[in-house]
Design a protein around this ligand. Sequence first.
Ligand code: GLP
Length: 236
Amino acid sequence: MRVIKVGSYEEMSRVAANIIAAQIILKPDSVLGLATGSSPVGTYKRLIEMCKSGDLDFSRITTVNLDEYCGLDGSHEQSYRYFMDVNLFNHVNIDKANTHVPSGTASDFNQECKRYDQLIEGLGGIDLQLLGIGHNGHIGFNEPEDFFEKGTHLVDLKQSTIDANSRFFERKEDVPRQAITMGIKTIMSAKKVLLIASGADKKEILEKALYGPITPQVPASILQLHNDLTVVCNVD
Ligand code: GLP
């Protein structure tokens, strides 16, 4: 594990974007696993700048996102598909057909989970997975549980996650109670994992995740077993 401590959100974003840029330059047809939340917004901004200045080419890149809220379709402003379009895809030269987010409005979620796993497998797996971390240690929407869920699955969101994410919604009642998320096996199968965390409120959970016992009660703790994990953080 490599832990890169930085002094600000901006610095975290620059370093994370540089690592993703290096991946794209070294392997222009990379499969990138992407994340939502406030942590990666600055990283995406920086990637957009690099693309606009001609230093990065997304034309052969494929992306797979970690998760999506159940019940929200891609035109809903709080859906993760919408988030990705607005914060990254609309501003770089990526082929939208090569950007994948689980469907939050599938008629059969079991089928959708299977389809998503097969899609990732068919792409040959993920070259670099970007991750944020929730206050309870969740990655994607893999919430604390008694066991690690391996594949893409449906999740009942914890009240603490609903509360944390309600800041993006007009009313707390509007936050979906369920989500569809990539599982731990898929995340752990990514060739490289890049975890970003910013803010003093993430310090305690980040320490638990990186140095505490490996337990499904702190889903991010499994990342200790990944052999190419880079953490870029500003939590002090
Ligand atoms: C959400 C997402 C996660 C994200 C987490 C932390 O629940 N599903 O992928 O890492 O929130 O978000 P933030 O970066 O806003 O703290």
